[in-house]
Design a protein around this ligand. Structure first.
Ligand SMILES: C[S@@+](CC[C@H](N)C(=O)[O-])C[C@H]1O[C@@H](n2cnc3c(N)ncnc32)[C@H](O)[C@@H]1O
Length: 182
């Protein structure tokens, strides 16, 4: 699977060794924050991150991988078929701002600065849903920059570090919920 990701240009050749900690375990770490049995959209899924590791580690979730680029959508459909994840996991070709479906968890990793991401993702959140944006060390700065957009959507943001169990990978996630849900 890693070879195929490199062949398809979805992973750098020098990234092969780091795939487990940097991509797969980092992605799976977000499972701690996703409520049981909910619907999830992975916005800008790319090579299936974080949606595929999340779906593999949480069989209670229905996961939609949302991705605008045809080549990546074709790759993702191949991964879903090979891993036997259908119909629980599906791929949808499209852009977040045009998707128009609502989910319990709107997930993203390395897609856009938080302020832009909120504008795309907030309309995809169900009434009791949350936005989960996987970010690195820029999380606090991005929250500060996104304050006007957070207010516009009546959302509050919190930085949470997840993972760090025996597998060792951690992830920094910005969790956004309506002010009254906090
Ligand atoms: C840097 S890649 C990250 C892929 C993956 N999430 C990861 O962590 O490796 C960003 C992805 O977001 C997708 N993307 C860009 N704009 C988007 C939009 N408006 N809606 C949905 N996906 C978008 C791109 O096609 C690309 O696959």
């Amino acid at each position: 699977m890693i070879d195929r990701g490199i062949a398809w240009g979805l992973l750098g050749p020098r990234e092969a060794e780091a795939v487990w900690p940097r991509h797969i375990l980092n992605s799976a770490a977000v499972r701690e924050l996703v409520p049981e049995g909910t619907t999830v959209v992975d916005v800008g899924s790319g090579a299936g991150l974080p949606g595929i590791p999340l779906a593999l580690s949480r069989s209670d979730l229905e996961v939609v991988l949302l991705e605008p680029l045809l080549r990546r959508v074709t790759f993702l459909q191949g991964v879903i078929d090979e891993l036997g994840l259908a119909p629980r996991v599906t791929v949808c070709r499209g852009r977040a701002e045009e998707h128009g479906v609502r989910y319990g968890a709107v997930l993203s990793r390395a897609v856009a600065p938080l302020a832009r991401l909120i504008g795309w993702c907030a309309p995809l959140r169900s009434d009791d849903g949350q936005l989960l944006a996987m970010k690195g060390s820029s999380a606090d700065r991005e929250i500060t920059e996104a304050r006007p957009v957070l207010a516009e959507h009546d959302l509050t943001a919190q930085v949470i570090t997840v993972g760090g169990d025996a597998a060792g990978a951690t992830a920094t996630v910005v969790r956004m919920v309506p002010r009254q849900m906090r």
